[in-house]
Design a protein around this ligand. Structure first.
Ligand code: FE
Length: 353
């Protein structure tokens, strides 16, 4: 829509010479942009991405609408078919990305900006999906009961020495399926199965709760070591609304596994462009913005995730607790390709029973 100010400018320009005409066209294009939008279906909680989306709208004038749901969005996009409003689908893990791409509901994005901002292991070789942040699946260890160096690797979690001392959420949760997928890619299926059986034998309790609940269990003495994503530490240690979580976080050390060999397992949150996107140009602009310096900085400072974009400073708060660490550079595509095998292994060893 033309604003009053722009109409006035428009009239003034038309009174000038013919050479002013291209400028008139430019003014019209800019004002048309102001009414444009991007629609996101997000499996990532909306509050986590709102600050970045606001920064995008402030910079471009493009409105961003978000529909958030933990589950069911891929099915919704599938059912809506060509009529879907979704331009982008955002997810907190490679699992849903893999599912939506396999259903043929995405399209490739050929963008030099995305290619430059996102290292190759964190995006699809066929350009169907892009990682926006990374996180490590780390081992939280009890400050009181676990000495430094006592546990060093994911493989150690299967050592009988930890019998009755390991906590984790369900083996079928997408974060754990990716970890098991990485174990399969590293060691082969037979070895990974043995490992998973060993971890199961060491569990302090039946898998339950979310990642934070495992840290709480360490604090309460239910277990000594627990699997969890790295950013939850930042979320807990700064949790003014639920200050008990500060105590949970204070009870643990953070162990980035496998520093002497392949490095710590990394997950991503990511984005895809839907096949039937109606606002494709704006959607790609938003993807590029989210991979750019400002949004990447915000992801790190506000969400305690690791930026994908090389050179982006890490969270200053997290720097006090976690220094530099070695990340496994296994491609997420490889991990994703092993997820269905991982899921079968989890069932086979009865991990959750
Ligand atoms: Fe999470």
């Amino acid at each position: 829509m033309l604003s009053f100010g722009k109409i006035k400018r428009f009239s003034a320009l038309t009174l000038l010479s013919v050479s002013a005409l291209p400028m008139v066209a430019a003014v019209s294009a800019a004002s048309a942009n102001a009414a444009e939008e991007v629609n996101i279906y997000s499996a990532r909680q909306a509050f986590l991405i709102k600050p970045m989306l606001k920064a995008f709208t402030d910079e471009t004038g493009i409105k961003v609408n978000v529909i958030f749901a933990k589950k069911g969005l891929i099915e919704r996009i599938e059912n809506e078919g060509q009529n879907t409003n979704a331009d982008l689908f955002l997810t907190p893990d490679i699992g849903p990305i893999y599912d939506i791409v396999n259903k043929g509901l995405t399209q490739a994005v050929d963008s030099p900006v995305l290619e430059k901002n996102i290292p190759s292991q964190y995006r699809d070789p066929d350009d169907q999906w892009f990682g926006l942040t990374t996180r490590s699946r780390i081992i939280y260890t009890s400050k009181e009961r676990v000495k430094e160096g006592e546990i060093k690797t994911y493989e150690d979690l299967a050592d009988p020495k930890w019998k009755g001392k390991v906590c984790t959420r369900s083996g079928k949760h997408t974060y754990n399926l990716s970890l098991v997928g990485s174990m399969i890619a590293t060691h082969g299926e037979a070895e990974a199965e043995k490992w998973l059986e060993g971890v199961k034998a060491n569990l302090a309790r039946k898998p339950q709760g979310n990642d934070r609940a495992q840290v709480k269990a360490v604090k309460e003495g239910v277990c000594d070591v627990a699997l969890g994503n790295s950013y939850y530490f930042g979320k807990m240690i700064t949790n003014a609304k639920k200050p008990e979580q500060i105590g949970w976080a204070q009870s643990v050390n953070l162990l980035f596994p496998n520093q002497a060999d392949r490095g710590a397992h990394m997950g991503i949150s990511g984005v895809v462009l839907t096949k039937h996107s109606k606002n494709k140009d704006n959607a790609i602009k938003l993807m590029e913005f989210l991979s750019g310096p400002m949004a990447q900085y915000m992801y790190a400072q506000e969400n305690f995730e690791f930026p994908v974009r090389p050179g982006t400073p890490k969270s200053s708060l997290l720097d006090q607790y976690m220094g530099d660490f070695k990340a496994d550079d296994m491609s997420l595509a490889t991990i994703a390709a092993n997820r269905s095998k991982a899921s079968k292994l989890v069932d086979k060893v009865g991990f959750d029973n």
